[in-house]
Ligand binder design. Sequence first.
Ligand code: FES
Length: 161
Amino acid sequence: MTDAKKPRNLERERALRVLRSFSSGSEILSLATAVQESIGYVPPHVIPELAQVAELTSEQALTRIEQHPALRLSPPGRHQVTICTGKTCAGAGGARLVRIARQILDINLFRTTSDEAIRIEPFKCIGKCAMAPNIRINGDARGAMNEERFKLLLAALAKKP
Ligand code: FES
C-alpha cells in the first residue's frame, strides 16, 4: 500500500487538531477533556501526542487519564458505525450515507446516540475502494452499501444489545 492509499483516520486527525490549539506544558487533563469533547473519548493511540504536549511520558499521561472518572479511553456506544468518506466511496454514495446516518440517528459525526446504542464516525478510505461505498460496523467492513440496506442495518443495531 502506498502512502497515498493509506487509510486516513479522521478521528485521529481531529484529536491532533485539538491538541495543536494548546501550548507545550498544558495540563494533561485539560488536553484530554478537550479531545473527549471533540470526538467523544480519548483514543489510546493519541496518548503519545497528548503526553508530548503536556511534557509527560506516555505512561504518566495514561495514568492521569485512567484515574479521572469522567474521561474514557474507549469510544462510547455499543456499536461503532464507520462510514468511508474517501473520494471513491463519497462519490459512490458514502456522502449520502453520512447524511442518512446523521438524520436517522439525530447525531453528528463522532457522536453517540443518547441511548448509547450507536456511534458514527467518518473515515478516509479503508482500502477497499473497489467495493465502494464502504462502511464498517464494529470493525467489520461491509461493501457496496446502499441506502436501504444501510437504514435496515441502523435500525437493527439500534435494537441490538
Ligand atoms: S475511498 Fe477507498 S475504501 Fe472508501
